[in-house]
Design a protein around this ligand. Structure first.
Ligand code: SF4
Length: 406
């Protein structure tokens, strides 16, 4: 699950705290807005520059209206999730060393794929919340995870999204006593502040990996947090003036190689500017890729070495970690199709898929004729059931092909 890439900077100015060697104690130039959500919508309040986000979070987590551990209904909700999201096909693959042949289709499943611990935990706590508060209005500040099936399921359970108008979340709809779920990738501090003021029951499903990144960053706080990579160059940014002390904390779901390259690029720039001997006073890089992301990427690197006709990457089109799985296959030049559900396949031998940078492509005759070997993997927000549905579609197409030949 992703949190925002952040480039932390301070201006060269007369401020005396700029050159303290042991600290990244920086001076604020703008109101602090800390976000770890994947979307660009926001609440309408502005947080005071002197607002202590860390202290606020600490106090909030201790309040009686806050829950991040669930409600003692883990077993029953996990059972329900098993019924809804697991797959017999995946079970067969796992029982056979991640490889199995159905008809003329051999499927190789990546060693690590699908629901990560953080996602499973978030969904499970959301399910618990519904059971714990059967009669209450329940809201969620964003998609719980980046998967359409799971998000739809929560809608069916009457967990409502906070409406957005002109890019702003309409927190007016939330009333005292309502329950509000914070999704796996967390919520912005300004949103949490709004909810705290409204005296609602907050159920926080934020992945502990995401929280860990924020804790690391907040240790070096009083910086301007740029919300997403696209904002890394902000208006008026002057590297000569502004690039003095830099910290890099990346999304938990970034591609490791890219992250390292970016870190090295900034580090080299800082070295050139201040000298190799002074780099530690001006540059810090946090290792914030989560284990689940790393394991799925490693498994993908392994899978692209196999003899495959094509690869299917299943996962939400707004899922950062899934896009990087697709990227690995694209880099190796293997035909690879990133789809968010089986509905992208058909009619007939046609597929609509995304490239890792988000471009939508439609392709006819994407499944080669005759016996084929396909690799398959899925992003950290993708239930096994979604992978199974995709495979069923492939089997159906290959079965039709055989019938036409006969
Ligand atoms: S374990 Fe990683 S991929 Fe999964 S929710 Fe947490 S940060 Fe995201």
């Amino acid at each position: 699950m992703a949190i925002a890439f952040q480039l932390c900077r301070i201006p060269i100015s007369t401020s005396t705290d700029l050159f303290l060697p042991e600290t990244f104690s920086l001076r604020l130039r703008k109101p602090l807005s800390v976000r770890c959500s994947a979307d660009d919508s926001s609440s309408s309040i502005t947080v005071d520059p002197d607002f202590d986000a860390k202290l606020f979070r600490k106090n909030l987590t201790r309040s009686k209206n806050y829950n991040r551990r669930g409600f003692g209904r883990k077993e029953e909700t996990l059972e329900l999730m098993n019924q809804e999201y697991t797959s017999d096909i995946i079970k067969t693959l796992k029982e056979n060393g991640n490889e199995y042949t159905w008809g003329n289709v051999t499927v190789k499943l990546a060693e690590s794929y699908g629901f990560c611990w953080g996602v499973e935990r978030a969904v499970q706590i959301a399910y618990e919340a519904r059971k714990q508060f059967p009669e209450d209005k329940i809201w969620i500040t964003n998609e719980i995870i980046h998967n359409p099936t799971v998000n739809k399921r929560l809608e069916e359970m009457e967990v409502a999204n906070i409406p957005i108008e002109e890019g702003k979340k309409q927190f007016e709809v939330v009333n005292k006593g309502d329950v509000v779920i914070l999704p796996a990738f967390g919520a912005a501090v300004d949103e949490m502040l709004t909810l705290s003021d409204k005296n609602v029951q907050i159920v926080d499903t934020t992945c502990p990996w995401v929280s860990k990144v924020w804790n690391s960053v907040e240790k070096h706080k009083k910086v301007i947090f740029l919300q997403k990579f696209k904002y890394a160059v902000s208006e008026g940014f002057d590297p000569d003036r502004d690039l003095v002390k830099v910290g890099i904390a990346n999304q938990t779901t970034m591609l490791k190689g890219e992250t390292e390259e970016m870190g090295k690029l900034v580090e080299r720039t800082i070295m050139r500017k201040f000298g190799v001997e002074n780099v530690n006073d001006h540059f810090i890089s946090f290792n914030t890729i989560c284990d689940a992301t790393q394991e799925r990427q490693d498994a993908m690197y392994k899978m692209v070495e196999e003899d495959l006709d094509l690869i299917l990457v299943v996962g939400g089109w707004n899922s950062s970690n899934t896009s990087h799985l697709q990227e690995i296959a694209e880099e190796r030049g293997i035909p690879s199709y990133w789809i968010d559900s089986e509905q992208r396949i058909g009619p007939g031998n046609k597929i609509a898929y995304k490239l890792n940078h988000g471009e939508l492509v439609e392709k006819e005759n994407w499944l080669p004729k005759g016996p084929i070997t396909i690799g398959i993997t899925s992003g950290a927000s993708t239930p096994d059931k979604a992978v199974e549905d995709v495979l069923f579609k492939v089997f159906d197409l290959k079965r039709e092909e055989l019938l036409q030949v006969a």
